[in-house]
Design a protein. Sequence first.
Length: 460
Amino acid sequence: MKSFVCTCIVSLTLLTGAGTGFAGDAPKPQTVMTLDECIRLALKAAPELGEAQSDIALATSKLDEAKSYRYPQLQLTTLVGPAPTAYRSDLSPSVQTDRAFSFKELTWFTSADATIIQPLYTFGKISENMKAATHGIEVDRSRKEQRANEIIQKVHEYYSGLLLAREMKELVLEIEEILIKSREKARKLLEQGSDSVDEVDLYKLDAFSGIATKYLEEAKKGEALALAALKARMGMPADTELVTGTERLVIMESDNTPTLESFLEKAAARRHEHHQISEGLKARTALVEAAKANYYPDIFLGALASWAYADERDRIDNPYITDPFKHVIGGVALGVRWKLDFGITGAKVAAERAQYNRLLSTKEYADINIPLQVKKYYLDLIEARNSAYATRGAYLNAKKWTVTAVANFDFGMGPAKDIFEALQAYSTMRADYFRSIYNYQIAMANLDYATSEPLPIHEK
């Protein structure tokens, strides 16, 4: 019986990290949900996916910004201020060079200057930044899918943990019922003066019944913890009565588990980290080229329009003379703009190359450790499957042993200690059986995550 107690403790500790809180005591409308429905609701309520979508929006804005550099850029400047008066007589028949400045002769002027720059060729400054932004969007989209798979993995863990807690509670209830009936029978046999039972057997039965009651409360607590964690993950109120659609922990009867090689191939082809690194390397390559493009000039087509007007100033129509306070001029020209620096561009190129090399190291790490992770989860799956098959037969035989021992005791043909031994074996094997199924379900969920299994449920 001591082994049974330890088994219950180990099983229930699997659930202690599932969350905090207890289900409400007041009767509430029940919500029956399957695993797929829990996943759908969790994806819809997950704040992590909202953050990931914001990252995608941010990357999209960077792409829009890079694209916008292909279009003309207009700069407009307007001025209003005082200007000295000026007349044609100051220039004709001769230029007066001794005219004194006087505040009394000031007038007001207004002007507007507009320049338009249309980039023609930038040696990759625009196109490479567009490439980098495009690949950056793919990286963020992949990260969002990865976070969704992490959420699904957690929902699997909480859902299976809830089922395990309920199986353990049912097991304790079954043991408690057998102990109660055996005690009643032992008391009757003792009153009848049977030699197959004594006072010590009653004390043992009472002690084991107390232990079963204690661990029944532990099982209820484990169920409440797993249920609270599941509801929190789905964004449901804590007082919601949630009933799972799957009643029991089950395992596949037929052995159709794929091979390790198939899981490794899936991980190599679909793992989100591989896709993120691939797109990230393309983005970093584009950023290196964009930084190198700063060594070269920008070729552009420019246009200028300038207008100014002031009272008390005569317009001068002479291509050799431009009046800054009263004129209308404009023109179009082909231009080259070249910014030269001493080491700044080189440092930026080196920084982008360092980021590229850093991502290469991340790729090497992923290439080594992702297959190792897949293999670990696969071995967990095989171990749990084989343990479930082995313990299933053991607990069924222990069940028969328990039934026989109880029947012999009822007829006064067997001692009470046979019941204790049978119950110990039965409770231990059955607890191990359900724990193995739980481990199997978790290992399968981990493999789905490790191979980036396509999402079965999409958030809406």
